[in-house]
Design a protein around this ligand. Structure first.
Ligand code: GLU
Length: 264
């Protein structure tokens, strides 16, 4: 299976967008990306697909709005920043999707929501209703409520949990890397893109997993964890570079590459 075929045969797709894709290099909100992304979503929706978006970027948007507190490590400031940023983030998403006549809905989760049967059933029902009615749900962790003991911690894992709960056909993670490489492509020119992963344990043995990047909380490790979760439930996962022009549409027509984690 290629990425193109996987997208073609998927009807319900969860797409996660990382903070590094949503923020420009100077840390401000990349509204241009959001507009382009909404346009590409519209193209897929017109083909009969249902989309759920998991969007990071609350903290980055908070810093970008307030222009202070960026260096405060205190948890209350971080949570306050996310409360401020989440509104800004959704305001931009609303604008971007409204251009195409698409409504969005916001859902904010903590780890407990997925651990409790009653809550997760409610989430599932809400996701089904929104998607069936043509609304694009936009999900983030409830960062102002989550401290360590409640936190899912990163949106890679959150998007995998969402894909499982919604019984998605495909999970796509957009990051600032083209996919999984044999080594760190920033330091090793010989590093090669791995286009298809069939066995994650084999992958773990064969690649070097580095640390996290500038704004995100994840790094490669949490992306692999997301793939482990989703493929276990029969949901393939694609990791690709969200920063590339028209990436969603290009993945769908086979002109852009990424890494496909094949579901068992
Ligand atoms: N929920 C965090 C935020 O919106 C980001 C988590 C992540 O990058 O994985 O700022």
């Amino acid at each position: 299976m290629t990425i193109q075929e996987t997208i073609h045969s998927a009807r319900k797709i969860v797409i996660k967008i990382g903070s590094n894709t949503l923020a420009r290099a100077d840390g401000t909100q990349n509204t241009e990306f959001m507009q382009n992304f909404a346009r590409q979503c519209k193209a897929l929706i017109d083909q009969g697909k249902q989309l759920v978006v998991v969007s990071s970027g609350a903290q980055v948007s908070g810093v970008s709005t307030l222009k202070e507190w960026a260096r405060k490590k205190d948890v209350h400031f971080r949570q306050a920043l996310c409360a401020i940023g989440q509104v800004e983030l959704m305001a931009q998403w609303r604008k971007a999707f409204a251009e195409h006549g698409i409504h969005i809905g916001q859902l904010l989760f903590t780890k407990e929501d997925f651990e409790n049967n009653h809550r997760s059933l409610n989430i599932r029902n809400t996701l089904f209703t929104l998607a069936d009615e043509g609304v694009v749900p936009i999900i983030n962790e409830n960062d102002s409520v989550s401290t360590d003991e409640f936190a899912i911690g990163d949106n890679d894992n959150l998007s995998a949990l969402t894909a499982i709960l919604w019984s998605a056909d495909l999970l796509i993670l957009f990051s600032d890397i083209d996919g999984i490489f044999t080594d760190n492509p920033k330091t090793n020119k010989e590093a090669k893109l791995i286009e298809e992963v069939i066995s994650i344990p084999e992958l773990r043995k064969s690649i070097t997993i580095g640390g996290t990047n500038a704004f995100g909380t994840g790094g490669i490790e949490t992306k692999i964890q997301a793939a482990e979760k989703s493929t276990l439930y029969g949901i393939p996962m694609v990791l690709a570079n969200g920063g590339k022009e028209n990436i969603l549409v290009n993945l769908a027509d086979g002109t852009s590459k990424g890494t496909l984690f094949v579901a068992e």
